[in-house]
Design a protein around this ligand. Structure first.
Ligand SMILES: Cc1cc2nc3c(=O)[nH]c(=O)nc-3n(C[C@H](O)[C@H](O)[C@H](O)COP(=O)(O)OP(=O)(O)OC[C@H]3O[C@@H](n4cnc5c(N)ncnc54)[C@H](O)[C@@H]3O)c2cc1C
Length: 477
């Protein structure tokens, strides 16, 4: 019998698992994909929003503001990339300038520090902003984070502290029995005292297995352009258009990996698996971004991608508890920024059913990563002197060594797919988009996981890369 089963290992499921691992509880995370943070938590804008703009009466506002404040400590403990670069919300028309007054009043109610900047100051901070800018809201507490690394780090630390993880296993039913739950998957059945539904786009299905109050999650797609790294100066804050009722609008932002992206669009769609991108939509994204920065270097674009928001009709987060079943649904933006506070609230709800007795041997720290591309030549040489695999560069765009790939495979919550390595270390995220590094990564994965190279996947179960040998030589060479 488990004390708690968490369905879904996105940022919410992994954060809750991490926080539960502080207590003497038997906790299991069940994830349908072959990795954590593989769905919406890996396809978003990666902003830890300041929380100035969600309407002050919403749960979004409360959890965003609290979550933002909690990120410094957690990222320090888990060695996750996070930078408070601040955001600028830009007004170009009289109507947008008027909206600034309401937004500042809302910020005050949310307890978020903001200031209003005039054009001269805006252009001093961001010289590439379109010259007809009229006003901007500066929110210094907004930050950028590496959301892939965050999910992996949270789960790794949760597992280091005793939480179990089952990947490639889909929850297909939940039955409430007297005082406990039977969680049925496509592989097994588990008994548990409590269930946390953190299934993102499919949180409606999980809720509807148990709750008399049926609900629906509708996917709302956001499409982006990703730019490469480049040495010339570009933007240094998160630049937003004025938010509207359908979202925060288009943004242009640096990433923690020192490249840039802009987007997203916001369109309801029917299919929860549709991650395609579309030229017309991306043209709209470009037009909105060009309103903020005229000369976006489109010759630096290396990729487009899409993510799906889990929209609920309340247009707010829905976090509730009944008889040991907890819903975490409708987690659209700012779900990432809010995740630490969401987990805090969930633990509060779970304490109605379970006694939370702290572990005496809890370890809050994750073993630090090597991050050779951020080290001095002397530091790199010292690591290579101990293990020559750290001197073998397998990704030239992002400068990642074989030693780091091996480390990412063998940690708790280690990578098992090409995308798993990409999410943890970035090979395949740079200019070559995997053209150079992918075969090398596959060779290392096959060797370390003792698998046939043709059995490796790019991502989830159907995503084969190789089907059969075309030549006599061994593919591993
Ligand atoms: C375009 C876009 C931009 C965004 N930008 C931001 C931003 O900048 N800042 C911000 O704060 N938020 C942002 N968000 C919101 C943020 O990404 C989400 O709130 C957050 O990632 C949701 O995490 P989650 O864990 O709830 O869901 P998910 O990450 O979707 O995780 C749910 C998991 O449940 C698993 N699952 C589903 N069904 C089952 C089942 N039956 N059995 C087992 N496992 C199952 C899935 O495989 C998945 O891994 C954005 C979202 C989008 C789409």
């Amino acid at each position: 019998m488990y004390d708690c089963i968490i369905v879904g290992a996105g940022v919410n499921g992994t954060f809750i698992a991490h926080d539960l691992s502080k207590y003497n509880l038997k906790t299991l995370v069940i994830e349908a994909e072959n990795d954590v943070g593989d769905v919406t938590s890996c396809a978003n804008s990666a902003i830890v929003h300041s929380g100035y703009d969600p309407h002050y009466w919403t749960l979004k506002a409360k959890l965003n503001v609290r979550g933002n404040q909690m990120y410094d400590q957690i990222c320090q403990d888990l060695d996750v990339e996070f930078e408070r670069i601040g955001s600028l919300t830009l007004a170009f028309t009289d109507e947008e300038t008027q909206a600034i007054g309401h937004l500042v009043a809302n910020a005050k109610k949310n307890g978020v520090e903001v200031s209003v900047l005039e054009p001269e100051e805006i252009l001093r901070l961001e010289p590439f902003v379109t010259k007809n800018v009229k006003k901007a809201i500066l929110a210094p507490s907004a930050g950028i984070i590496n959301p892939f690394e965050l999910c992996v780090a949270l789960m790794e630390n949760a597992m280091d502290n005793g939480v179990e993880l089952r990947l490639n296993e889909k929850v297909t039913g939940i039955n409430k029995t007297s005082g406990s739950f039977s969680v049925v998957t496509d592989k097994s059945t588990y008994q548990t005292q409590t269930v946390i539904n953190a299934a993102g786009l499919y949180a409606d299905e999980i809720n509807n297995f148990v709750s008399e109050r049926k609900t629906e999650i509708i996917p709302r797609k956001g499409e982006y352009y990703v730019l490469d790294h480049f040495p010339e100066p570009f933007v240094s804050h998160v630049l937003f258009t004025i938010p509207t009722d359908i979202g925060k609008g288009v943004l242009i932002t640096p990433t923690t990996s020192h490249n840039y992206m802009f987007g997203p669009s916001s369109d309801f769609i029917a299919d929860k698996n549709d991650l395609s991108t579309n030229k017309e939509v991306l043209d709209r994204v470009l037009a909105a971004a060009t309103k903020m920065v005229e000369n976006i270097p489109m010759n630096r674009v290396i990729r487009e991608f899409a993510g799906l928001r889990a929209y609920h009709e309340s247009n707010d987060f829905v976090i509730n508890e009944k008889d040991g079943f907890i819903n975490v649904l409708g987690m659209q933006s700012p779900g990432l920024a809010s995740a630490p506070a969401t987990a805090e609230l969930v633990l509060d709800l779970i304490s109605r059913t379970l006694a939370l007795n702290p572990k005496t041997n809890y370890n809050p720290k994750r073993r630090p990563l090597y991050r050779l591309n951020q080290r001095t030549p002397e530091e790199r040489n010292a690591v290579i002197a101990k293990d020559s695999r750290f001197g073998n560069m397998v990704c030239r765009c992002e400068k990642v060594s074989e030693g780091e790939v091996v480390d990412a495979i063998h940690r708790n919550c280690g990578a098992t797919s090409v995308k798993g390595i990409k999410k943890r270390l970035r090979p395949g995220s740079g200019k070559c988009q995997g053209g150079f590094c992918e075969p090398l990564i596959m060779g290392i994965l096959a060797r370390e996981l003792k698998k046939e190279i043709k059995d490796l996947r790019y991502d989830s179960s159907g995503a084969y890369i190789l089907l059969e040998k075309t030549k006599g030589s061994d593919c591993h060479d």
